[in-house]
Design a protein around this ligand. Structure first.
Ligand code: FAD
Ligand code: SF4
Ligand code: SF4
Length: 389
């Protein structure tokens, strides 16, 4: 089997055949026939000179492939090929550990994760350790009012650099400096918490939701960043924890803490696209003060997002965890489990997995079905997603 490589493609459905990119490419890696404009995989060195000049954005497409599409195959394309299901992405030194991190994070799905069939086509591995995207910090805001749970909303601006992301993808942040052996630190993964067209629509900036970890290297670096600082970013990463594009899909979101990051992105994208299927969220935290986005969540109408905010440390109240509330709400959850338009997303602390599994097992039992069988079917259909860390 060939080693996977990143390949630069042009979207034939969007390209207007203006040939600006071909004239711009300094090493003649782009050519065209009567049908398509194509990139020669043997020549392209990812210099990115062609990206900003393209008036349509169609030049900004990338796939990880074991065998690059030939020029002939690209000339025949009527649409972009799907990202192939490639197990290990080793396009650069840093890709292996990232893939391992993602595989570990998705383990709780109980099998190989799959994207929803009609999800957008994600771009992965555009920037790596040796060639990170330099982004500028546009803002860094506290999301919690709890000294033991400092969670921050950090907005990054890629400037003129292309950095296409879909909701549910992650980016790598490279902490500055070197480790004990004198090597650059490996990137840490952070879910993007803004939708595909940007934290501010059309600006293509991205936001992250970062929890400060005691002596954590990257999280402290990020949480202390000042406006105007520059950050090295790799990625984007992740090709399965993606949302369906069909408007009448219902999203069941289960999260704790910074697991709310992709859920925020999903919610904003669904609101911006006018999706009709609705969403239900079970969100666990110790108190309202330690629940990220508590204020903004209150403004999201129930018709868009039905919210169950669950607290485990409220004074004078019994501890309640997400799995407890799921069981309390078992009738409506059972209804969702029985609907083929339901997509489940679980994100946050690894510790939540067992409880959620137990709650789902008992609800499935009440429906006369076996949870593991239902979960495996949903996963195969790209409708069951777990990302825990
Ligand atoms: C797919 C994925 C998505 C993620 N998304 C997010 C997200 O959206 N938001 C988020 O906040 N995190 C997210 N994470 C977790 C994130 O990647 C980091 O693991 C996390 O921020 C900690 O990194 P760090 O560099 O701060 O800690 P590290 O330096 O890697 O340390 C790891 C742990 O060890 C402890 N530690 C380090 N040094 C010492 C020491 N000397 N003594 C005692 N303890 C020590 C730290 O406190 C920390 O808890 C995600 C992870 C994955 C895999
Ligand atoms: S990325 Fe650079 S080398 Fe590749 S096609 Fe574009 S301009 Fe040419
Ligand atoms: S610049 Fe963009 S739109 Fe024009 S030919 Fe190249 S890819 Fe197509």
């Amino acid at each position: 089997m060939n080693k996977p490589v990143k390949q630069h493609l042009i979207d034939p459905e969007i390209c207007i055949r203006c040939y600006t990119c071909e004239n711009t490419c300094p090493i003649q890696a782009i050519e065209h026939d009567d049908n398509n404009v194509v990139v020669n995989a043997d020549i392209c060195n990812f210099c990115m000179d062609c990206i900003p000049v393209c008036p349509t954005g169609s030049i900004d497409e990338w796939r990880v492939v074991e065998t690059p599409y030939t020029l002939e195959q690209q000339y025949e394309m009527e649409e972009l090929p799907e990202q192939e299901d490639i197990e290990t992405v080793t396009t650069d030194q840093a890709a292996d550990p990232i893939e391992e991190l993602l595989a570990e994070a998705h383990k709780g799905a109980g099998g190989k994760a799959r994207a929803p069939a009609n999800a957008g086509k994600p771009t992965v591995n555009m920037y790596n350790l040796s060639r990170p995207a330099k982004m500028t910090v546009q803002g860094n805001y506290a999301l919690t009012d709890d000294p033991d749970h400092d969670v921050r909303h950090i907005i990054l601006d890629p400037g003129g650099l292309p950095f296409p992301v879909l909701e549910g993808q992650s980016v790598g942040i490279i902490p500055p400096g070197v480790d004990g052996d004198g090597n650059a630190h490996l990137p840490r993964l952070y879910s993007v918490s803004s939708p595909r067209d940007g934290e501010r629509p059309g600006y293509h900036n991205i936001s992250l939701t970062v929890k400060r970890e005691g002596k954590g290297l990257a999280s402290n670096y990020l949480c202390d960043l000042e406006q105007g600082s520059t950050v090295d970013v790799t990625g984007p990463f992740g090709a399965t924890f993606l949302m369906p594009s069909q408007s009448d899909a219902h999203l069941l979101l289960i999260c704790t803490g910074t697991g709310s990051a992709p859920m925020r992105a999903f919610t904003m994208q669904r609101q911006r696209s006018g999706a009709t299927g609705g969403m239900t969220m079970f969100f666990g935290a110790r108190t309202p003060k330690s629940l990220p986005y508590f204020g903004p969540l209150k403004k999201v109408p129930e018709s868009v997002l039905k919210q169950h905010l669950v607290f485990s440390r409220l004074p004078d109240q019994d501890k309640e965890y997400v799995q407890d509330r799921i069981v309390t709400e078992q009738e409506s959850v059972a209804e969702l489990l029985g609907d083929p338009r339901t997509y489940i997303y679980i994100c946050g602390l690894r510790g939540m997995e067992d409880g959620v599994e137990r709650a789902m097992t008992s609800i499935a039992q009440s429906m006369g079905i076996q949870w593991t069988a239902l979960r495996d079917t949903m996963r195969e259909e790209g409708r069951y997603h777990v990302e825990t860390y």
